[in-house]
Design a protein around this ligand. Structure first.
Ligand code: PRE
Length: 361
C-alpha cells in the first residue's frame, strides 16, 4: 500500500537527483562557454539546440508529452546559456504582448529581454549590437502580413536566424476577475476584431477602448479595478490579474509567425527554410520565369508576399520563403539562376524551421 507521505518522499529524492544533474549539465555548458570564448564563437547555437531536443524526443518514453519535454528543456538550455554569456533579446514591446510571449517560448526565461516600442527600433538595436537578437512579428493568420517588418528587411544587414509560430488566444482579464465589476474594456484593435461576437453576446453595453497593444491594455486594467483587458493569459500572470473568461476569440485557428533577427546565419539542420526578396523586370512572364527554377528543382515555396517598391510606382518586391538551406547545392544553384534574372535580389538568411505552433498556455 503506497501512502501519500512516502510517495512525496520519493518525489523529494527524485527532485534532489534532478537538481544535481541539472547543475552537472550547467557546469558542462560553462566549460563549452569557455571554449567558445577562446575561439571567439557565439554562445547561441540553434543547430545544436535543435539536435539536443530531437535526440531527447527519440528517447522519451512518456508520460512526459513532447510539448512538456520542449518546455522543460527550453528552460534548462536557457539556464545553460545564462551561465555561459547571458543572451540579450530585444522584442517589439511593451511587456506582456504576444511577441514577448513568443520570445520567451523560444529562448526561455533565463534570457535578458528588452521591450522596444517599434519594429524599426528592434532592427536598429540589434544592428548596433545593443542586443544579440531581435524578435518581431511577420504575419498573423487572420490579419495578414506586418508591412513594417517587410519594409525593414529591404535595407537591413541583419539575417533571419529563426522563426516562431505562436497560437493566439485571448482572455478577458481584470483585477477582481468578476464580470460585474467591468465598466470599460481595453484591447488592441486586432484582438477586438477577433472577439467581437463574444463581446456582443456577453457584454454588449460595455465600451471597448482600443490601445496600441494587448500588453498596454493589461497594464491599464491593472491600474483600474473597474476595467478589464482582452489580452493573453501570460499578460494576466505578469500583471497579477485574474481571468474573467478564457479563450474568448470567435475562431480558434489563429496564429502569428515571428522572425528572429541577428547578425549571423545558423548552419544547416536538415529541416531549414531560406528567405529571399526580389524584384522582376516589367515584362510579360517575368514572375513566371523567376519561379521556374524552383519548380524545376522541386524546391517548395512556403510563402510569397508582394509589397510596393517605394522608389518606383506600381512596381513590386516579392518576399519568398523556401524549404532548404543555402548550404544545399540545389538551392544555391537555383538562387544563383534567380539572381541573374532579377532586377533586385537579396538573401535574408537560412534558419531552422519551427517545429510546432507554440501554445499560449
Ligand atoms: O553545445 C553547446 O554549444 C552549448 O553551448 C550548450 C547548449 C546546451 O545547453 O545544450 C547551450 C547553448 C547553445 O545554444 C547550445 C547548446
Amino acid at each position: 500500500m503506497t501512502d501519500k507521505k512516502s510517495v512525496r518522499r520519493q518525489i523529494d529524492i527524485t527532485d534532489e537527483q534532478l537538481l544535481t544533474l541539472i547543475n552537472q549539465r550547467l557546469q558542462l555548458a560553462q566549460t563549452i562557454g569557455e571554449i567558445k570564448n577562446r575561439e571567439d564563437l557565439a554562445t547561441l547555437d540553434p543547430k545544436r539546440e535543435q539536435e539536443v531536443l530531437d535526440r531527447l524526443k527519440r528517447f522519451n518514453t512518456g508520460p512526459l508529452t513532447e510539448e512538456g519535454l520542449r518546455n522543460i528543456f527550453r528552460e534548462i538550455i536557457s539556464a545553460a546559456r545564462q551561465v555561459q554569456r547571458p543572451l540579450s533579446v530585444a522584442f517589439l514591446g511593451p511587456e506582456a504582448t504576444f511577441t514577448h510571449l513568443a520570445a520567451i517560448k523560444k529562448f526561455g526565461r533565463s534570457t535578458f529581454f528588452k521591450p522596444l516600442p517599434t519594429i524599426s527600433e528592434v532592427f536598429m538595436a540589434v544592428e548596433k549590437s545593443n542586443h544579440h537578437l531581435g524578435v518581431i512579428p511577420i504575419e498573423n493568420s487572420t490579419e495578414g502580413v506586418v508591412n513594417e517588418t517587410l519594409d525593414q528587411f529591404v535595407e537591413t544587414k541583419l539575417q533571419i536566424c529563426g522563426e516562431i509560430y505562436l497560437e493566439i488566444s485571448h482572455d478577458l482579464i481584470s483585477r477582481s476577475g468578476q464580470i460585474n465589476d467591468i465598466e470599460i474594456i481595453y484591447t488592441h484593435p486586432h484582438a477586438h476584431g477577433q472577439c467581437r461576437k463574444w463581446l456582443q453576446g456577453h457584454l454588449p453595453q460595455i465600451p471597448v477602448l482600443e490601445v496600441s497593444s494587448t500588453g498596454l491594455a493589461a497594464q491599464k486594467a491593472a491600474h483600474n479595478p473597474n476595467s478589464a483587458a482582452i489580452a493573453s493569459g501570460f499578460a494576466a500572470s505578469l500583471y497579477e490579474l485574474r481571468v474573467v473568461e478564457s479563450r474568448i476569440e470567435d475562431h480558434r485557428e489563429n496564429a502569428t509567425h515571428f522572425f528572429i533577427i541577428g547578425p549571423y546565419a545558423p548552419g544547416a539542420t536538415g529541416a531549414d527554410k531560406t528567405s529571399i526578396i526580389f524584384a522582376v523586370a516589367d515584362t510579360p512572364g517575368a514572375l513566371y520565369n523567376m519561379l521556374r527554377p524552383l519548380a524545376e528543382r522541386g524546391i517548395n515555396m512556403t510563402r510569397i508576399v508582394s509589397r510596393p517598391m517605394k522608389t518606383v510606382a506600381w512596381r513590386y518586391l516579392f518576399f519568398v520563403d523556401l524549404d532548404g538551406h543555402l548550404q544545399e547545392s540545389a538551392l544555391q544553384e537555383c538562387l544563383h539562376e534567380m539572381e541573374e534574372m532579377s532586377a533586385f535580389f537579396k538573401i535574408l538568411g537560412s534558419f531552422p524551421k519551427a517545429e510546432a505552433i507554440e501554445k499560449v498556455s
